[in-house]
Design a protein around this ligand. Structure first.
Ligand code: SF4
Ligand code: SF4
Ligand code: SF4
Length: 422
């Protein structure tokens, strides 16, 4: 195993290969607070990439209801449990949340799937701790949709009291997922055929089906279970990050990088995708006016999904405000409290950047804010609040303006004579 730096863990860790980092990395932010589980993203991917015979069980994009739902069922509980068995009561974070870009969430002092594999698996060629889901576990992508958690220890009964922030007594939330195109992909690390590779130009992780022999080591190793085996071809498949769109070679893209199908279809406007610049050690290069850099490293409202697994996933989530913090800290790490506090009390810049989500299908490379007038002044939970109608302007790869939008949504009033028409 090599030693690589994982900034999400705030430390070095073991990985089967030396670290190699693309010039730009495919990354995305999902705002869980906005997801309505319409499954438009799920169907956009399905109808583009996995509609053929033998792919019936494959949902490269899925949306599951937490805490009970999961595709495949129990994926996160099972890997968390395996890690806990390997390192009982040792899966902890130390240090503190800070502004240090090399360890913003403190240090993870437990074991990643690579370190736990190194410690327990024989032969060493097994490389990564994981498991193969059963066929049944892949069968019901939508299992437990909309099932809430009620009073602890009592079945079939919700909590009697009304719900109020900061945490609801009865709760669930929708977790939208795709492949995280990880910086240290477990699928790649585990493949004995070297059939999986990370593209140097955009960090997209692809699986070469002509090299794959269907050993399913990637399926076993990916802690997010985002590689899938296809029985009729006997090879594995995974999300391709809609690479023709990201490259700008899709006929609709007019040569400019375009967001993926699942991002572009998002009705709830929860998704923003980008290509972020990396340093030579895999940390993010400072890019102050890039919207993803701002959300992850400046406002720090977007957090990686289960960073403790160690793959350095490139999917980031704005955590849901109403969910018990202990559950969220396990899922998104120690940065949760700070992220929710900032999202609850957004400053002027954060409010403007949140308007960039889903105004265009083109990938945003830079934003600027033009200050506007004060439109609201009041208090929120005892704190003074001021809202300004600022204009946020998005620019594409070629530096040209993609669109501009304001903090206040424009209001259109339908004329009386057309009130009931479309
Ligand atoms: S999420 Fe899984 S399949 Fe995707 S790159 Fe990471 S380890 Fe590989
Ligand atoms: S990025 Fe493309 S291939 Fe990947 S889940 Fe989304 S739609 Fe599917
Ligand atoms: S399309 Fe957007 S809002 Fe709808 S389920 Fe997917 S992520 Fe959620």
């Amino acid at each position: 195993m090599s030693r690589v730096y994982n900034w999400q863990l705030g430390r070095e860790m073991s990985y089967p290969y030396d670290g190699k980092y693309p010039e730009r990395q495919f990354a995305f932010v999902f705002n869980i607070n906005r997801c309505i589980a319409c499954q438009s993203c799920t169907m956009a991917c399905k109808s583009t990439w996995t509609f053929s015979k033998g792919q019936e069980h494959m949902w490269w994009a899925n949306v599951e209801t937490k805490p009970y739902g999961g595709y495949p069922q129990f994926w996160d509980v099972k890997i968390l449990d395996l890690l806990n068995q390997t390192n009982p009561d040792g899966q902890r974070w130390t240090g503190s949340v800070s502004d240090n870009g090399k360890s913003p969430y403190g240090q993870f002092s437990g074991q990643t799937i690579f370190e736990a594999g190194e410690k327990t698996l024989q032969p060493q060629s097994a490389r990564v701790l994981g498991y193969l889901p059963s066929d049944e576990e892949w069968n019901s992508p939508n299992i437990y949709e909309d099932n809430p958690v009620g009073k602890r220890g009592i079945r079939d009964k919700l909590h009697e009291t009304g719900e109020q922030l900061p945490v609801h007594n009865t709760w669930f939330f929708y977790l939208a997922r795709i492949c995280n195109h990880c910086t240290y992909p477990a699928c790649l690390g585990a493949c004995p055929r070297k059939a999986i590779y990370k593209r140097p130009e955009d960090g997209i992780v692809l699986l070469d089906q002509s090299e794959c022999r269907g050993y399913r080591k990637c399926v076993e190793a990916c802690p997010y279970k985002k590689t899938m085996y296809r029985g009729n071809t006997r090879v594995s498949e995974k999300c391709v990050a809609c690479y023709p769109r990201v490259e700008g070679t899709d006929p609709e893209s007019e040569g400019q990088p375009m967001e993926t199908r699942c991002m572009a279809a998002c009705i709830g406007q929860i998704r923003m995708q980008g290509l972020v610049r990396l340093n030579s050690d895999g940390t993010w290069a400072e890019d102050r006016q890039h919207p993803l850099y701002y959300l992850v490293h400046v406002a720090k409202v977007a957090l990686p999904l289960y960073p403790q697994f160690g793959t350095s996933p490139n999917g980031y989530y704005i955590p849901p405000r109403w969910v018990p913090r202990e559950y969220l800290r396990q899922m998104f790490g120690p940065g949760v409290d700070r992220a929710i506090e900032r999202y609850n009390n957004p400053d002027r810049e954060l409010l403007a950047v949140l308007q960039l989500f889903r105004r265009s299908n083109r990938i945003i490379f830079r934003y600027e804010i033009k200050e506007g007038p004060l439109v609201y002044e009041g208090t929120y939970r005892g704190r003074p609040v001021r809202i300004y109608n600022d204009t946020v302007i998005a620019f594409g790869k070629n530096g040209k303006e993609l669109f501009r939008t304001t903090v206040e949504e424009p209001l259109h009033v339908r004329p009386a004579k057309h009130q009931n028409s479309i």
